[in-house]
Design a protein around this ligand. Structure first.
Ligand SMILES: [Zn+2]
Length: 278
């Protein structure tokens, strides 16, 4: 699943092609109606046609296409991808193209999704923040109120990994990054929130920013089938310290990296560097 750094990379890549180009949406072809949420299909199409794409923004893992009157909120979920092209036939197998945007100057923006879990919501400038996909989203590590975060973690008896994966607590940390953040913070993923000190919680927050920034700089991870666009290749996965490194030596202490499940999510850690507290 693309995580925040990947979605940020997709956003940046799309902006290279879309920002300030003022492409007008001339037509919208919906090949898989289920992806469009909470709005009638014809209404969705009617509203989009004639709109100019200003730029692409991001909130959490949601892409926001900023149009002159509307905001199109797109969530890639498991496998969603965008392709921008001036050659309609560039994608040979159209089976997985769920939505086609025909743009001015003979350009096309294709939404491609083999798993078909992606979603699109349409809002306007006044209401988009109150639409379903965005309402319950917490702040990202850069914007979060530190005291609120410390309090939230300290009041929880859940494993710290589960807490930082909860998008209602902090937005944008996915499974891969949670493992890397906790390794860097020397915190056991199964440690309970109420067992952590203020200093440790702030360290986790600080390392969240570092790890996510590092990954954004490198263009996301591409562990499964994430693709940011034709031009971008990701190097972050080469820099993973623990995630996917089961049975390999810990880069810090050479002990063997272990794998377990925390709340159902595959979790990698070093039992020596990330000791469970007594
Ligand atoms: Zn270690």
């Amino acid at each position: 699943m693309p995580e925040l750094p990947e979605v940020e990379t997709v956003k940046r890549t799309l902006n290279v092609n879309l920002k300030n180009k003022n492409y007008i949406i001339n037509n919208v072809i919906i090949n898989f109606p289920k992806i469009i949420k909470d709005i009638e299909l014809n209404n969705f199409k009617e509203k989009l046609i004639g709109q100019t794409i200003k730029e692409v923004d991001r909130v959490g893992k949601h892409l926001l296409f900023v149009l002159n009157d509307y905001i199109l909120i797109s969530h890639l979920r498991m496998e969603g991808k965008y392709f921008f092209t001036n050659n309609r036939d560039e994608i040979k197998n159209k089976k997985h193209v769920l939505v086609e945007f025909e743009l001015s100057d003979n350009n096309f923006l294709f939404y491609y999704d083999t798993r078909r879990f992606g979603t699109m919501h349409l809002g306007n400038y006044q209401n988009f923040y109150n639409l379903k996909p965005l309402t319950k989203l917490a702040a990202e590590p850069w914007d979060i109120d530190e005291n609120w975060f410390i309090d939230k973690v300290n009041k929880s008896r859940k494993a710290i990994k589960t807490i930082i994966l909860d998008q209602h607590v902090v937005a944008g940390i996915g499974n891969i990054y949670a493992d890397e953040i906790l390794f860097k913070s020397k915190i056991n993923p199964q440690e309970r929130g109420n067992n952590l000190t203020k200093t440790e919680i702030l360290r986790i927050l600080e390392n969240s920013k570092i790890i996510l920034n590092q990954s954004i700089d490198m263009g996301g991870t591409t562990i499964k089938s994430f693709s940011a666009g034709k031009q971008i290749s990701s190097t972050f996965q080469k820099w993973l310290m623990v995630h996917t490194k089961k049975d390999q030596p810990c880069p810090k202490c050479k002990n063997i990296i272990l794998k377990t499940k925390v709340n159902g999510r595959g979790t990698y850690w070093c039992d020596h560097c990330q000791k469970l507290k007594k």
